[in-house]
Design a binder for this molecule. Sequence first.
Ligand code: GUN
Length: 285
Amino acid sequence: MSAQIISGNQISKKIRQELAAQIVELKAKHNLTPGLAVVLVGENPASQVYVNMKEKGCTEVGIYSEKHLLPKDATQSQLMDLIDKLNNDPKIHGILVQLPLPKQLDEKEVLNAISPAKDVDGFHPYNVGKLLVGEPTFVACTPFGVIKMLEYSGIEIKGKRAVVVGRSNIVGKPVALLLLQKDATVTVCHSRTKDLAAETRRAEILIAAIGKPKFITADMVSEGTVVIDVGVNRLDDGSLAGDVDFEAVKEKAAAISPVPGGVGPMTIAMLLSNTVQAAKDSQGI
Ligand code: GUN
């Protein structure tokens, strides 16, 4: 039987509509327009696409947005000065520095410099720590989007065996923490896991965040599993593929998210949601 398709396009549209309505109210009742600053250093083509999509998302829901472009040879102090300025700008409630940064820049120092109250990416150690102790404030947008997809699709997390493949700071680790917080029994697998297929076959919820196209094959998935594919991989023919062999796995899974149109649009919706949250928090609303 073919799986239920978990459409990030549809779910994110609903979330964006809800946000747009909230923003109308914030403007009318509180004279508050949420503002996001996006910082892009250099000319990484994928980053340019992501940044443009984030700006478009802001415009659609009524968030004020600014794009700050720095040259690829920008210095650490140039970038730190910009962050300092944005930290102190009352129009700006959220700051996002698009990663990866060019090699000469110290990513850790940059992420640590963003005010935790404006850290809508959820990458500051303060916000990561809040997530670890089960009191999340800003949660990284992709993991947050994964959980919302499950929730909007009516998939219960509590008590389920969840297997996360990938242990990055941006996706694998935070999504594992969120699943744990929702009372799943969580296993995190990675490149040194001994028998990966044995682990993934035990999953009732499988999160693929590896970064290798079609890495999760049908033999690695049990009948009835819910599969969320976080991968975005560009193939030689220019098309996009996830980390899951979608066509084969959808015949076994109970539900599966596609690529494109799955986690990607959810990431943007959660960024918008975090920005609205930051704006409300700044006014104690
Ligand atoms: N690069 C890839 N994913 C992300 C993300 O979620 N946020 C930022 N800032 N950079 C990224």
